[in-house]
Design a protein around this ligand. Structure first.
Ligand code: AMP
Ligand code: ZN
Ligand code: FE
Ligand code: FE
Length: 283
């Protein structure tokens, strides 16, 4: 069996390990294929592709694109878009800029009650990384305010405390259309993650399908078990493909590489449709 994990983060966004280390650990975990899908950036691709070629793995370059629907963050994990597509680059730059000013606002809010300043936080984030709440969490952990990212997300960074503010992101159908236009293959990430109330309503999913959605990431460790049958029904109804992935963040999350797996025939379809950055399956 080809072991394929299609969602993992490096330190180019909010993972704790470098792109090269991501690929090495994927091989140690017994995977044949891994995707690098950092938030809103393709900056890790070259390093990951080179390491994969060196050690004999297949690396699928991707992005986890941030979108927003009625105030709820919707992630579109996307494979093989052209990383030089001007419209995609413009949108990524806009999201990055907004993430940065939003992080600054969150840090300023926190600085009234916690030992943190924007200058110190920025100095703690690898240059050029897509910034997010995990970096703020790591900073507070280093200061002894909490033990791990999970406790901070449940507590201080939870929107109910008022420190966290949103950032700009396109609407989900816009994001999906943008990825397709760049030759990429868009999949709705973790559509029934534990923290969300339920799963995406069918009529909203219909709009995403119209916009070009390829699949649903059903085999994801954070999707609620009891909602998976609903998601499989949706996949059947709309003719969507099903993927499986770990959403590994190094030591930043409990998810281990290989915690979700994608079928080889689904990956083969992704490689067929992903014309923005064609790659070959080497395993
Ligand atoms: P942001 O990009 O600022 O919206 O933060 C969202 C990121 O934080 C996602 O990539 C998640 O993987 C991560 N995240 C969310 N909740 C948790 C948690 N409880 N523990 C660790 N990471 C989390
Ligand atoms: Zn993340
Ligand atoms: Fe996500
Ligand atoms: Fe992710």
């Amino acid at each position: 069996m080809t072991k394929i994990d299609l969602h993992a983060h490096s330190s180019v966004s909010d993972g704790t390990e470098s792109p090269a280390e991501l690929v090495r650990q994927a091989q140690e975990a017994g995977l044949d294929v891994v995707a690098i899908t950092d938030h809103d950036t393709t900056d890790g691709w070259d390093e990951a592709l080179k390491t994969a070629a060196d050690i004999g793995m297949t690396l699928v370059p991707g992005i986890e694109l941030s979108t927003r629907h009625h105030g709820v963050s919707v992630h579109i994990v996307s494979y093989l878009p052209n990383p030089h597509d001007p419209d995609l680059l413009r949108e990524l730059a806009e999201i990055q800029g907004s993430r940065s000013s939003r992080a600054e606002r969150i840090v300023n809010n926190l600085s009234e009650d916690f030992p943190i300043t924007w200058a110190e936080l920025l100095a703690s984030v690898p240059a050029g990384s897509t910034i997010g709440r995990p970096h703020i969490a790591d900073f507070l952990i280093a200061k002894g305010v909490a033990e791990n990212r999970g406790t901070i997300f449940d507590d201080i960074l939870h929107p109910k405390h008022g420190y966290t503010v949103p950032y700009h992101a396109p609407l989900p159908p816009e994001g999906i259309a943008l990825i397709r236009k760049a030759g990429g293959v868009p999949v709705l990430a973790h559509p029934a993650a534990a923290r969300t109330r339920g799963t995406i309503p069918k009529e909203v999913l219909a709009e995403l399908v119209d916009a070009g959605l390829f699949g649903l990431e059903i085999e994801h460790p954070e999707n609620r078990e009891e909602l998976k049958p609903v998601l499989y029904d949706y996949a059947n109804y709309f003719g969507l493909q099903v993927t499986g992935s770990s959403d590994w963040h190094g030591t930043g999350k409990e998810n281990r590489l290989g915690d979700g797996l994608t079928k080889r025939e689904v990956l083969e379809k992704i490689l067929e449709e992903g014309t923005g950055y064609p790659i070959a399956l080497t395993v």
